[in-house]
Write a protein that binds this ligand. Structure first.
Ligand code: GLU
Length: 287
């Protein structure tokens, strides 16, 4: 029997909820509701240098006012550091990870880690995962299947940072497994993280969730909308209008006569069609 569906929205608290991240929130929420599953919120607050004070609370408040509440307590990655440390320690003991003393400057001309510290047995703070020399096929529930060479496209990647903080790839894999996530719905900016996460799950003996990447919203010049865009249309919209806009961008067509939030969500859950999500998110709906 299939596992019961469990999805999540996992924002980093580096700014306000913006239209781009709202699309991930709405798509993950609707996938969970459509599949009669659970939807969780995880605040990925493992990067204090990039964190913006008040952002986590603001994102949670905005999601709530937009009609999205989690089915379980919200989880905060900073409370899971001991678990991440345990995972990385087990990889070190198994010889699957190694300590690395390379500086950013030393690596600036190497898009893929050249393996410098692989066999040196150093006593450094940063820890990398040793990747195998093989191909990996990465399926996706929306995008086309992608092929990667672990050695040539990915390389040994960081699990623990030189500033002694756990890296995103490690934290997300440990939490997706601990929270029993069956499908991760997120933006296409994380497409190339997926082979890293699948490989890391293999190394840690964890189950693989499925992945679904939604296209990124770009502005008129093709640039990804970021949290720093002060002209984010979300700021000017009432909840119903914001959810309507998100649905339209995701290729769904809510009837114009729906004017209240509960009715709009009920319609969206009943009519959610993955196949209508366009391959490029056009901002024709943004006025
Ligand atoms: N925290 C990541 C972000 O805000 C998302 C991680 C994920 O969905 O896997 O971009």
């Amino acid at each position: 029997m299939d596992l019961p569906y469990r999805g999540r929205f996992a924002p980093s608290p580096t700014g306000d909820l913006h239209l781009g991240s709202l699309l991930s929130a709405v798509a993950s929420y609707l996938q969970a509701r459509k599949n009669k599953g659970q939807w969780l919120i995880r605040i990925e607050d493992i990067d204090p240098p990039r964190e913006v004070a008040g952002s986590a609370a603001g994102i949670i408040r905005d999601l709530k006012s937009l009609g999205m509440t989690a089915d379980e307590d919200i989880s905060y990655q900073r409370q899971h550091t001991a678990t991440y440390l345990q995972a990385v320690t087990s990889l070190l003991s198994a010889g699957k990870a190694f300590r690395c003393a390379c500086s950013r400057k030393q690596l600036k001309d190497s898009p893929v880690y050249p393996g410098t510290c692989r066999k040196l047995g150093l006593d450094a703070a940063a820890i990398r995962l040793r990747v195998d020399n093989r191909q990996m096929t990465v399926p996706d529930n929306l995008q086309k299947t992608r092929e990667y060479s672990l050695n040539d496209d990915i390389g040994d990647f960081i699990l623990w940072r030189a500033d002694k903080l756990p890296a995103y790839q490690l934290a997300v894999v440990v939490d997706d497994a601990a929270e029993g996530i069956t499908e991760a719905v997120r933006g296409c900016d994380l497409l190339d993280s997926t082979p890293r996460q699948i490989y890391l799950q293999e190394c840690l003996g964890l189950a693989h969730p499925e992945y679904l990447h939604i296209p990124l919203l770009t502005d008129n010049s093709g640039r990804k909308l970021s949290k720093r865009d002060r002209d984010d249309p979300l700021n000017q919209l009432q909840p119903v209008a914001a959810i309507r806009l998100a649905l339209q961008l995701l290729g769904q067509q809510p009837p114009a006569e729906i004017i209240d939030l509960d009715t709009l969500w009920n319609w969206a859950i009943g009519h959610w069609e993955l196949k209508n999500i366009p391959l490029r998110l056009d901002n024709e709906y943004i006025t």
